[in-house]
Design a protein around this ligand. Sequence first.
Ligand SMILES: NC(=O)c1ccc[n+]([C@@H]2O[C@H](COP(=O)([O-])OP(=O)(O)OC[C@H]3O[C@@H](n4cnc5c(N)ncnc54)[C@H](OP(=O)(O)O)[C@@H]3O)[C@@H](O)[C@H]2O)c1
Length: 295
Amino acid sequence: MRVLLAGARGQLGRECESVLAFRHELVTVDLPECDITRRDQVVAVVRAVHPDAIVNCAAYTAVDRAETDRQAAHAVNAGGAQILAELAKECGAFFVHISTDYVFDGRKPVPQGYAEDDPAEPVNWYGRTKLAGEQAIREVGPRHAILRTAWLYGRHGRNFPKVVLARALRDPSKPLWVVADQHGSPTWARRLAMQINAVLQEQPEGVFHAAGVCRATWHDLATEFFRRMGLRTIVEPCATRDQPRPAARPTNSVLHNVRLSAAGLDLMRPWFEDLEEFARRHGDELRKEAASAAP
Ligand SMILES: NC(=O)c1ccc[n+]([C@@H]2O[C@H](COP(=O)([O-])OP(=O)(O)OC[C@H]3O[C@@H](n4cnc5c(N)ncnc54)[C@H](OP(=O)(O)O)[C@@H]3O)[C@@H](O)[C@H]2O)c1
């Protein structure tokens, strides 16, 4: 299959690049050569490539900045998604798009989680733009899979485990205060790339949750990551209100991969197993990178 991958230099895009290239003829694009908000650029790329499938990993992902940079976030997450969906339709390609747990308001009581059919009601602008993207894709027509994922981390780009690792290495004796009252589904970008690969093969249609299995707080994630990295940094729990951010976060955005499981396609694993593999594979590189980033 000839696959066009947009947002190929992002955290997930880079994992997709290496996973999908095994099986497919892959063409990768990102900014500046393919700005998904620029219909002319996307048209030129799609007409040159003639893809059988388009995978969209491109997004405006700065959740806090999106609160004040509203137009730009909307242009990418809603407008760009629509343009790609329309061009996929025009060339008869299957469209895989990535969305987010932040489409939910997070008010469900723990230990419940969200299934695909639960009503979406975002609490921040980023979530609203991602939901608008989903709606725009649905309006374009069938032949798409929208994969909602959550709390992504991986070898590339900026993510929570890397940020806390850099802080821990900067001052190993200093405890880290980490939010313990938000619940979610940490997801290894590599595993998600494998899931995308399976979705490309089978081409199921509609919205699917594709996130790490089992629930965690940010505090759990930091604690388990340090343990697997062999660090003794003390991780203290704190409340969301102790670390205010410009954008509100859903308190509970745990995702259940109900529809992937029903389709026999769920490749996602418990988050702590993937975290273990992540630390085992990349621990040394992560340490070096974090140490060189520290002042
Ligand atoms: N990260 C998470 O925790 C998380 C959680 C849930 C869902 N998701 C979703 O997962 C997907 C992948 O996220 P990620 O963490 O890989 O994000 P990322 O690392 O920020 O990658 C996004 C990529 O899109 C590119 N991009 C931004 N604007 C673009 C435009 N107008 N045209 C083309 N490319 C553009 C970015 O380029 P620049 O870097 O140059 O801007 C970057 O290469 C996104 O749909 C995101 O909403 C992420």
